[in-house]
Design a protein around this ligand. Sequence first.
Ligand SMILES: Nc1ncnc2c1ncn2[C@@H]1O[C@H](COP(=O)(O)OP(=O)(O)OP(=O)(O)O)[C@@H](O)[C@H]1O
Length: 251
Amino acid sequence: MAEPLLELRNLRKAYGALTVTDDVSLSVRPGELHAVIGPNGAGKTTLIHQISGMLSSDSGQILFDGENVTHLSMPQRVRRGLARSFQITSILPGFSALENVALAVQARHGSSFRLFGNAAQERALNEPAMQHLNTVGLGGRASIPAGLLSHGEKRQLELAIALATEPKLLLLDEPLAGTGHDESLRVVETLRRLKGRITIVLIEHDMDAVFSLADRVSVLVYGRVIATDTPENVRMNEDVRTAYLGEEETV
Ligand SMILES: Nc1ncnc2c1ncn2[C@@H]1O[C@H](COP(=O)(O)OP(=O)(O)OP(=O)(O)O)[C@@H](O)[C@H]1O
């Protein structure tokens, strides 16, 4: 079996007496869509922050693409191909969808574009930006100011911006949150298109989406991984069923 692209070893984070992630170990294989689910407050978002580098861990290790990245900053991790989809707040509302993605392309490639003339520079930024917009299904909205996009379209734009960093692994924290029915179908379709092309760690409350998209699912309860398995096996797992009793979303 291929080496994991991402491996968490005994990761832990506490706030005072509250241990939020507790001895979390899991492996994400190259190319898989690995979902992390769990009841409210289980520590999912904290775990994503630890993986992305937004939060430091109290103990444990994060190995990415064979390298120990535990103590690297978030930008250092992004440069190595470990990206997270940023929240809508990072979108520039007065800039078009295309310009938002082109800026991310430029940020990824740093000063190398300065060697180009203006027109060539624009083309070198806009062409990949347009490709990313097409991938997320926003190609037809490229010239619209980002502030005028619907909530669901903004979530698609976040994905395009994340793709512009050319990640090997994409961390997605509730990409369907706040989207309506049709919008959520569009985001799920986008994720299905990305699946296999890029390794994805997905946190999502929408169980239909999780179970239709994920190759494997890890279940976090009170900061601990109680199961990692295929969606079918997770659905039948007694411990998982017990953990979700009384929750709104049933597995
Ligand atoms: N900065 C912080 N200081 C203190 N406690 C925190 C902090 N961040 C998170 N917590 C607590 O850690 C626990 C886990 O929070 P986290 O947001 O990671 O859970 P979650 O599984 O993502 O929840 P949800 O599904 O509701 O989004 C919660 O009890 C939360 O109140």
